[in-house]
Design a protein around this ligand. Sequence first.
Ligand code: ZN
Ligand code: CA
Length: 365
Amino acid sequence: MERIVERFLHFVQIDSESGEEKDFALHLKTILESLGFDVKFDQAHEAFGGTIGNLIATKKGHTSKKPILLSAHMDTVKPGKNIKPIIKEGMIYSEGETILGGDDKAGIAAIIEGVNQIIEEDLDHPDLELVFTVCEEGGINGGKHLDLNLIKATEGIILDSSKLPGEIIVQSPGQTRIEVTIHGKSAHAGVSPESGISAAQIFAEAVHHMKLLRIDEETTANIGMISGGKGTNVVMEELKVLGEVRSLNLDKMNEQVKHMAFCFEKAAEKFGGQVTFNSELKYPAFNVDPLHELVINTKKVFEEMGISATTTFTGGGSDANALNARNMTMINLGIGEKKAHTTEEHYAVSDLILMSDFVKRWIIK
Ligand code: ZN
Ligand code: CA
């Protein structure tokens, strides 16, 4: 079996759900040290919890080119424990009870294999920096708190998109999370409903006037969860609402958030209730110029491999959002992951090999 496949199968069998990456991180440290890297961990997890910080591996190069960064995340979504990978007709699946963990261990395996080949073949390379983050899923927390003092590179690639190899993500929206509590007044629904204020009615009125889902080509908004009520015989006193707004454009995002707050407040006023409205920027948008040297060079590498390369955008967030917001230039590359975040997640052996070949060529380009 190819070394990369063997490693990948081993990687996914070391549990690393978000916040529990330590065992996997220490395994990577051993491999990277055997390849001559200096491996450090930052203290990012102190900001949000977890067993270990981001892994930062550096190796001096032979060329005078500027240092380059390659990144992927170590954590997985749930259910990610006791993963048993199986290969069927060139495709790697989980047994069906868990995710596979190819998001993002396929990215990590491709980076390590590409680097391994360069070292084996003693090829010249610039200063290399590998960053394997923690807690990317559900908040991009590792990337947000990455200790940039441990890094010299200012640009690089992230291997963490389910798009196809050759698809280069240069744009992704930011996201604001919205939390609303609607305060009404309880009353016996049969005896004296007129003395109550229904949080349900306030909610309905607010949503009736609210622009939601696709707002424009750059902006989306959603109310994803609501909960409230004590019984059918009680006028609903309180209703909690969770939602989000995403946009490539920060002004538009803020405008939509304001609009939603306004709808809730107006509706509460109409029925005599109140609202508590909270919003929090989860991560900002990122926009890399498709004509940036990094993008052009990355495209060239794919084209040399006979793969058509295109720039594109994604609605999902990644470490690219966190790192671009921190004055780095990072693009996120499609690695061909299928059905990530589900128990049907799978990944082609051929894509794993292709992406490691890409990494090798990209580094020595
Ligand atoms: Zn991912
Ligand atoms: Ca993911």
